[in-house]
Structure formats: structure tokens, C-alpha cells
Design a protein around this ligand. Structure first.
Ligand code: PMP
Length: 352
């Protein structure tokens, strides 16, 4: 750290992304990426001309992609905001709407605390219930920026829409952000409520269900006023926030919706299969509406299981936070990858 850094950034605890190993092949089940490639039309899309066109800036209005998404969801293009990964939208939301403080669960996406610290937003982490679910009653009438991942990560639980609506309705003077990164794997989306509530922003990503984590493309479906606010920030930081290639790939992705719906179904079915297998081996596995499972075993610590799997070149995600350190978060891969993991776990448990 240099002596030039602004004081309030010096103590910042930065976000630690999941490992991206460089030492050869792993079965990578640690960052909730899709095990499937993008749709064939997306894979085949880019031409030499597209690369040559990189000399030109991208379209700062991102009009075509917004129109396609608006059509897909039956909203207006003024309800859509696009960003370089959905992390950018979450960052903007804390920056723009956090001045009265923020609330989010104690066990949730680890970036929320980082964004709050980054923007000097006072925040309260509300404990999940004993069973690791959000109690919507904790968020009623608080009138602070509320950020809830639904489905939540790393737990996978999804709350019903009526609970989310109660939260939105009872906080009319503050923004409610529903982070729907995993909603396509069986969650309940709140985006249709934007017609009724001017304080709702739902945040989504192409990183998980659309197999495009490396392209960095996120979007929000929100009340028009909130989208305008986010645009103000975008045009004050980085007007060309989506590169030309990602924009083209995003458009083709929206056109291939059926392919992704199929792949999500497949992931959900492999998820239930894996859950059953893990339970047969004595794991406690939280019920999940996402593309991962959160599981622990009383014969082996979370950390040891993570380490043993890693030594067999299978990567899962372990968190050190006290309340969840006995768990591992396991991204759902292909059926074959899951079977390999189950076999490895059987072998590991034999030694316990
Ligand atoms: N929200 C949640 C709950 C996540 O787990 C992630 C992925 N780490 C994101 C948002 C951000 O995803 P991305 O920036 O790739 O769109």
C-alpha cells in the first residue's frame, strides 16, 4: 500500500474471489459457473470483422440488447440497465442508494459488506434463521437500502414472492435490491413487481444460467427512476461499460433462450440427484433453488473436506466465517463431474 491512498480505503477488506487455478485441470465446482458452453449460435458468432471493429467504441446506449431483454421479459427498455457483470450494479446501488444505511443477511454474498465499506455506507447484517433462511419480518419498515439475494448465496434458499413483496411494500422510502443471480435455477423472480413499486431493483447476470461468466455481462430490471439513477452513475464513470464483443454475444444469448432454459433444467435435475447422493453419504444438505448445494458432514470438517477434494483436483468453495465453516458450497457440474466428486467423497469418508 502506498502512502498516497485515501485514508478510508486503507482498512478496506477486499472481496476474495473463488480460486481460478493455473496449475492444470480441475473439476471446478467453486465459482458457480455453468458446466455447459454458450449456445452454438453464440459460440459461432464472432467474426474477424467484429475484432477489427474493436477500434470503434461500443454503443453507450446498448439499445439493441436492451430492446431484446425488454421484449423477453415484457417490460420497457427504460426498465433495463446493463453493466460489466452484475457486481457493477450492486456497487452502483450501494453508491447511489445507501446514504441512510443498508441491511442484508449475515450469511449472503460476501461483496455486500465490501461495497458498503467502499462507499462508507453504515450497514447491519441481520442473522439468518437457524435453518439458514431469511426471515422477511426482520426487514419490514426499516427504510434503509435493503439487499437480498434471492435465491441466497451460499445457502441456495429461495423466498416466496409474497415475502419479498412485503419487504418492498413496507419500505416505500428506500430502495430494495433483489439480487437474482441464481433465479433461473428455480427461484421466484420479483421483476414483475416493478410495475407496482418505484423502489424495486432486481439484479441479474449472464454469468451463471447463460454460461458467460468470462464475458462479464449483468443487467437490472428495475423501476424507471432507479434505472435513470444508475445511468447517471454509468455516464459519470464509464459510458462504454460493455465492450462490443460482449454486447454482440449478449444479443445472441437472448435469442437462444430455449437452449439456456433446457440447460437450467438439466442443472436442476443434476442438483437434486447430487443432493440425494450426498444425503445417502450422511451429509446435511440445505435445499437449493440455485446451481449449487451447501453441505456439511459431521464426520469431517468443512475445511478438511475442501482440502482433500482439492488434492484430488476437485475444487469446491469453503468459507471461513464461523457460522458456516463446516459447510462447503458445491457448484453443480455435469452428471459425470458429480459422480466423480461423489466417488472421491466416498473414498475420503472411508479414512475418517
Ligand atoms: N450476486 C451473487 C449472489 C453472486 O453470487 C455473484 C457471483 N459471484 C454475483 C452477484 C456477481 O456476478 P457477476 O458479476 O459475474 O454478474
Amino acid at each position: 500500500m502506498s502512502r498516497f491512498l485515501k485514508e478510508n480505503y486503507k482498512s478496506l477488506e477486499v472481496y476474495t474471489p473463488g480460486e481460478q487455478p493455473k496449475d492444470g485441470e480441475y473439476i471446478k465446482l467453486n465459482t458457480n459457473e455453468s458446466p455447459f458452453p454458450p449456445a452454438p449460435a453464440v459460440v459461432d458468432l464472432l467474426t474477424k470483422q467484429d475484432v477489427e471493429n474493436l477500434r470503434l467504441y461500443s454503443d453507450p446506449t446498448l439499445c439493441t440488447l436492451k430492446e431484446k431483454l425488454a421484449k423477453l421479459y415484457g417490460v420497457e427498455k427504460e426498465n433495463i440497465f446493463l453493466s460489466n457483470g452484475s457486481d457493477d450494479i450492486l456497487n452502483f446501488a450501494f453508491m447511489a442508494f445507501g446514504h441512510n444505511g443498508a441491511l442484508f443477511p449475515d450469511i449472503t454474498y460476501g461483496f455486500y459488506t465490501v461495497f458498503a465499506e467502499l462507499h462508507g455506507v453504515e450497514y447491519e447484517e441481520i442473522p439468518l434463521r437457524e435453518d439458514f433462511t431469511v426471515d422477511y419480518k426482520d426487514y419490514l419498515g426499516r427504510n434503509k437500502l435493503i439487499v437480498i439475494a434471492n435465491p441466497n448465496a451460499p445457502t441456495g434458499d429461495s423466498r416466496p414472492l409474497w415475502e419479498i413483496e412485503e419487504i418492498i411494500k413496507s419500505n416505500p422510502d428506500s430502495v430494495v435490491v433483489i439480487d437474482e443471480a441464481y433465479v433461473d435455477f428455480g427461484g421466484n423472480s420479483a421483476y414483475k413487481l416493478i410495475e407496482k413499486y418505484d423502489n424495486l431493483l432486481t439484479v441479474r447476470t449472464f454469468s451463471k444460467s447463460r454460461s458467460m461468466a468470462g464475458a462479464r455481462l449483468g443487467y437490472a430490471i428495475g423501476a424507471k427512476g432507479l434505472v435513470e439513477d444508475l445511468m447517471r452513475i454509468k455516464f459519470s464513470t464509464n459510458p462504454y461499460n460493455i465492450n462490443r464483443l460482449t454486447c454482440a454475444l449478449g444479443e445472441a444469448t437472448v435469442d437462444a433462450e430455449d437452449y439456456y432454459t433446457e440447460k437450467c433444467k438439466e442443472i436442476m435435475s443434476v442438483r437434486e440427484y447430487t443432493k440425494e447422493k450426498l444425503e445417502e453419504l450422511g451429509f446435511e444438505v440445505l435445499s437449493s433453488s440455485s446451481n449449487f448445494l451447501f453441505a456439511k458432514h459431521n464426520k469431517i470438517s468443512g475445511e478438511k473436506l475442501y482440502t482433500e477434494l482439492k488434492s484430488r483436483r476437485i475444487l469446491v468453495r469453503h468459507f471461513t466465517k464461523e457460522r458456516i465453516c463446516e459447510f462447503n458450497r458445491i457448484t453443480i457440474g455435469t452428471l459425470k463431474q458429480m459422480d466423480t466428486m461423489i466417488d472421491a467423497i466416498k473414498e475420503i469418508l472411508k479414512g475418517e
